[in-house]
Every structure is written in C-alpha cells, then in structure tokens.
Design a protein. Structure first.
Length: 312
C-alpha cells in the first residue's frame, strides 16, 4: 500500500506464539493488498477502476470500506470523496504518481471533475457489488484503507486474546490496554514542520485510534508553489488555506482516517464547525504568515489530551 507498519505487543497470551501473531498480521496485509491497494495493479480496486458501468461483483471487504467512505462523504458534503483519484494523479500524487512540471490547466481540471463525485458510485451489500455511472470514474482508498487495516489487525489481535498492543500503519494508530511500563498508551501528534519530527501534543489511547492529515510531509513544488497532497474533490485543486494539520481520535481508525482528510479539506473555520457539530475529537493546527502555530481543539479531543513530558 506504499507505506510501512509497526505492531507492538506488550504481553502475549499463553499458547500464542510470535509466529501466530506475524501470520495474523500478514493475512490482513495480504487481504488489503488484494482488495484495497491502488499500488497493486492486480488488486480489486485497480480492476474496478478499469471496469465499465455494469455491476462489478465485489468482495465484502471492499464494499465495507466504501460504505464507510460514502458515509463520511455525505456528512462532509463531499469534502471526502474516494472518487478523487483522477485529480490526485493529475497533481502528481498517489499510486503511480508522475512528476509534473506545470499545474493542470483549468480545462484539464474541469474535464476530470466531470467524472468525479461520490454520487456517481453505487454500492450493493447482498450480493456485494459496485457500479459507476461514469466509465471514467476511478477510486482511491489511500484516505481510508490504512485506518481500516489498522482496525482489522486490532480486531484479529483481540480475537486471539491479546489485550495490550499498539498498531500503526502509515501513521494511523490504534492502541489497547497498557504499554511495557504498565501505563496507558500515549501517542504524540507531530508538529506540522517539514523535515522535522517533534511532538506537538499527546493523546492517551485505549480502544481507540488517531489519524493525522497535513500538508507538511507529502507535497510538491510546481511553478514555484508548494502544493499539498490533499486535493479538494469539489474544486479539483490542492487545499490552499492556512490549516497545517488535523488530527482526529475515533473508535474507528478508518473513520478517523477519513475524517482527518475531510476536515483538512474543509479548512479551519468550516472544519471546526463540522467537528463540533458531530462531536468529533479533533485538533486543528493553523500556520500563520510568520510560521507560528495556532490551535483549536474540540472538547472531545481536549478530554483525551495529556501534557507533554518536560524532557520532550
């Protein structure tokens, strides 16, 4: 899926070997690669992207992920949209990204926008299937699949009887129980500074996960401008507001993943209003003209926040 993963287990139940755990993890990752990865040209997503407009017999895994994605799309009025794939590629991001020397023209973006829109994607649960109303429609699950995979690994670990663990994939994190020191897991939200890795905030996780979307890791320099990898599906262009990052804590890491992207697209004012209205635990970090940070945290996020250690 174009990223890395890490699983930390504090204690294994009796009768559960390291090999058992590794086999479980690889099963979930292989499942994701087969069904959800745009980085695998033979995956189910890749095959659907080249499919026509008749019903496409799909796996329950793919339909489940898309069902969650469509719910966030509706609740965010299209700020999150998995059909954004052609636009992501046009700006030089995503699976199979190519270097671009100039920004797409208005005419090129208008042509691509005509095939984008979550309303053009139809789902059926029984039997599981997908259908697109426009043959050019393509989906990109990079904004929700990593979180979903973290949830799947965590659920399988719990089913195996593991009660103390942390799972991370592509920056999406879920934790349960206690760490090696016997305390609740605490995860740092990074300061949104390119080229640096330092903590900005600390959250305590137990049975929930956290996801961050930002403009400080994956970006391009085009025509003298720094372009964010977060593309607004409604305009076809990279977001250009002063929001540097959004972190979301949620019981579902897939939902946290999707909502972090949606709120990043919505921007500081509208995003904060939506997060508060829906009761989301979200931290918004804005960057001013001088490079200083200003934050807004919803009440739900503030309740999970812990002080940074002085040594940090």
């Amino acid at each position: 899926m174009g990223t890395t993963y890490e699983v930390v287990i504090t204690r294994r139940p009796a009768g559960v070997s390291r090999e058992d755990v590794e086999a479980l993890i690889h099963e979930v990752l292989d499942e994701a690669d087969r069904h959800l990865s745009g980085w695998n040209p033979a995956s189910e997503v890749s095959r659907f992207n080249t499919h026509g407009t008749d019903w496409f017999a799909a796996s329950s895994v793919l339909v489940e992920v898309l069902s969650g994605a469509q719910a966030v799309s509706r609740d965010s009025t299209g700020a999150f949209d998995v059909t954004v794939a052609p636009l992501v590629g046009a700006w030089g991001f995503g699976a199979g990204a190519r270097r671009i020397e100039a920004a797409p023209t208005d005419a090129e973006l208008d042509a691509l926008l005509a095939s984008v829109g979550y309303g053009k994607l139809e789902l059926r649960e029984s039997p599981p299937a997908l259908r697109k109303s426009d043959p050019r429609l393509r989906i990109d699950l990079d904004g929700i699949a990593p979180g979903y995979v973290v949830d799947r690994i965590a659920a399988r670990l719990e089913a195996l009887g593991v009660t103390d663990f942390l799972v991370e994939l592509g920056g999406e994190v879920r934790a349960l129980g206690l760490n090696a020191a016997g305390r609740r897991w605490r995860v740092a939200v990074e300061a949104p500074v390119p080229g640096e890795r330092r903590p900005y905030a600390l959250v305590e996780l137990d049975g929930v996960g956290v996801s961050t979307s930002g403009d400080y890791r994956d970006f391009r320099e085009v025509d003298g401008r720094r372009l964010s990898h977060t593309i607004d599906p409604r305009t076809g262009r990279p977001v250009a507001h002063r929001l540097a990052s959004v972190s979301v804590v949620h019981a579902s890491v897939a939902s946290a993943d999707a909502w972090a992207t949606a709120l990043m697209v919505l921007g500081p004012e509208e995003g904060t209003r939506v997060a508060r209205r829906l009761g989301l635990a979200a931290l918004f970090i804005e960057r001013d003209a001088a490079g200083a940070f200003r934050e807004t945290a919803t009440p739900a996020f503030a309740s999970l926040r812990r002080p940074l250690p002085r040594a940090i």
